[in-house]
Every structure is written in structure tokens, then in C-alpha cells.
Design a protein around this ligand. Sequence first.
Ligand code: PLP
Length: 455
Amino acid sequence: MHYLSTRNDKLRETFTNILFQGLSREGGLFLPVEWPNIDINTLRDKSYKEVALHIMRPFVGGDLKDDNLYEIISSSYDDFRHPKIAPLVNVDSNKYILELFYGPTFSFKDYALQFLGNLFEHLVRTSKKQITVLGATSGDTGSAAIEAFKGKKDIKVFILHPYNKVSDIQRRQMTTVTDSNIFNIAVEGTFDDCQKTVKDLFVDQEIQKKTSLTAINSINWSRIMAQAVYYFWSYLQTEKDKISFIVPSGNFGNIFSARVAKHMGLPIDRLHISTNQNDILHRIISQGQMTMNKVEHTFSPSMDIQVASNFERQLFEIFNNNSNSIVDVMREFQNNKSYTLSNSIISVLQEIYSSASVSDELTLTTIKLFNDKYKYLADPHTATGLSLLDQYSSDHPLVSLACAHPAKFGSAIEKAIGEPPSFPKELENIFDKEEKMTILEKNTNLIKSHILELL
Ligand SMILES: *Cc1c(COP(=O)(O)O)cnc(C)c1O
């Protein structure tokens, strides 16, 4: 399998080359040159790990032997806390919830990042190089990455988070990991300041000379690929002829994985996007309006995003895989902070997706509704999707994704139902552990010298 970039459709790169690069040289996102077709009948009665092997193998191509790939997959999901890895819960006729919080950090980010951690470890070991993972987080990605890479040889991990602006649990999930290859930097600023520093360091010659920097944010193709697995997995558990999904969305990563599954032959009928008050995706799908607003802080912080980076992959597809068009669109979007899609493009988008924006208020009443009506306690991200699951009726299975465990967002839960969620034992003792982090001013040069000292 070869890969092109959304900003260079002539490019032909191997899987291992794009894995460590993150963005292409032109600033585009990687996509496979063609979509492999999966015969779903070959997946019946297989375990989650076996399904994962079948879905991911064609994308990895000849870069890894099947045995090695299966070993990497297997060790990634061994410690998940549910025998089905991603169980499907039937709440009402044709209405289902796909639970994706059984990994070590209790959000769906673990499903891709655990795999990525083991894949990187394998490739670093066989290539004898050293890599440095650098990322900024506003919530769940940081802890999932730290859990995935802790203790891995020849891989150092630097995660920047905004000081005092992530939840207690989210911070402790990062700072209580004391392995010597993990470095938490709390930046006295916002998430955008962290993100800006990370972007500057990725093009910094001095750092690049000392190590090879690797990005693990959600635009990394392997994360998209690993997430496609659970869409097939949920279909296999319903045994109907088609399926639709509701996906709480921020950076358009998870929902694009569903689109990938459809390209590979999964009979998906509709893809419904739920956003919180940060509704850029809803405005794009419903009106073709790509306009950046100011980020609002909501009860679902992992969806507090105004630039959905992965949407560029979908744009590339609807502009007939023409990278020149994408370069023009993205240039105009950057310059004017706005771009309007044509009516014909909007109708193509609407054949695939529908969307809705869910307010903080509706999020809380939905948490209460599902708790009362179905005895189902959902986290606020999940609840944006459940508000649609409640409203819609469907003649075939409609699956809404549960993106995180409610215990991660205790204060929103308490507001919704009047009492805090109960804590799984793995999260409970996090309050007794020692924390390790370095607090630094929002100054790229300062953060850079700190990192250089530790490399
Ligand atoms: C990351 C995240 C999302 C948003 O997913 P995208 O892939 O960015 O669209 C939603 N909910 C939770 C809990 C998350 O951690």
C-alpha cells in the first residue's frame, strides 16, 4: 500500500515512512492511494484482535509480517478491562451504545494509541533509531499517549498541557506516571499556547538535529486506521444488513474512521455527527460554512475545537482527490478564517453525513434522561450523541459511540444527576500517587532548552 498527501496527490510513500512523519512536507495529511476491500463474511466469529488484523493488514502492506502485526495488536488489547474489548449495549429496539472506554485511560483514544505505542516500539527496535514523541493535550490524548509509551526503550515522550486548565483526574492520569522516559510540562498558558510551542518545535533545526520528532495527534493516519476496526466490530455483533452511527466529534478523527470503514465495504447507511457548542462541523455539513469562531469551554472539553484538522481528508475526497484544489481552499481558509463550500459540494457531504450541535444544557438533561430511563450513565461527550439517539428512530441498528467513562467527568455528572459517579478502582487510587511535572512559562525558547537538556 502506498500513501499520498492531501496537498500532493502525486506522492507515493510507504506505511513506515508516513508513520513517523505525521504531516507531509507540504503540510498535508496522508491517505492511502486506494481503499482495500474487505469481505465481511471472512470476519464472522473472529475475535476483536483477529478482526483488527484483517482490517489493518492491507494498510500496513509489506512493511510488517502478519505474525509481527498480530503480536503488536494482541499486546495492545491484552489489558483492556472487558472481554469483548468494545462491547455493544442494546438500550432500546435498534438503539445501541458502543462502549469504548475499557483501555487504561478510560477514553476511546486508548484503542488507537495503545496500538501505536507497540507499533512504534517494534519499528524503533528493528531500525535501531531513537525517537522523541512531542504533543500538546487539552484532555484525553496526553494520558492515552503517556500510557501507551511509558517504559518503552529509545522513545522519550514530552507532553505539554495548560497548567491548571485540565481536570484533576486528567492531570493525574498524566503526572502520576513516573517512568523515566515520560516528561510532563505544565505550561502557564492555554491549550493554544501549548499547541503553538509544539508546532514551532517541529520546525526547529536545533531540536531536529538532536532527535527525530514524532507527532501522535489525531491526524496520524495509523490512529484513523486502528479506529476503523470497532465500526466493523459493532456491525458483526448486530448481524443486520446495514448499520448507522452517531459519533460525538471534535477533530473529525473518529467519524472519519467510520468513513474509512464504509470505503472498505462496511454497509453503513448514515453517519451522524454530534458536536457541542463548538459547532464548526455542524455549520460545515448543514451550510457549507467553514468559519473559525472562538473556542467555548463546555462540559465536553475534548470536543472544544474550532479547527477540525481531519476534515481535510474528507475535503480531499469530495474535491475528487485533487490536491491543487485543497491547497487553494486551505489557503483561503487560513487567510480569511473562513471558506464557503459550493451547494454541489454541500449536497455530496449531506449524502454521507448529517449533523447536530448539542448545547451544554441538553447534554446534562440527556445524561439525566438516560440515567432515569435506561439506568445508563454516560459521560458528557457521549451524551451529545445520546441526545440524537433518543430523538431518532431507525429501521436498522443505530449505534451511538460512548467515548469516555463517566468517572472522568465527575463534576458534570454531579450537575446532571445530583450525585457523583462511582469510581472504578483503577481511577480511585490515582489520588494517592505522587505527581511528577515541570511548570514552565509560555515561552517556546525556555521550553525548548528544557527539552534539549533532557534528550
Ligand atoms: C477525542 C475525543 C472526542 C473527539 O474525537 P475526534 O476524533 O477528535 O472527533 C470525543 N470525546 C472524547 C471523550 C474524546 O476524548
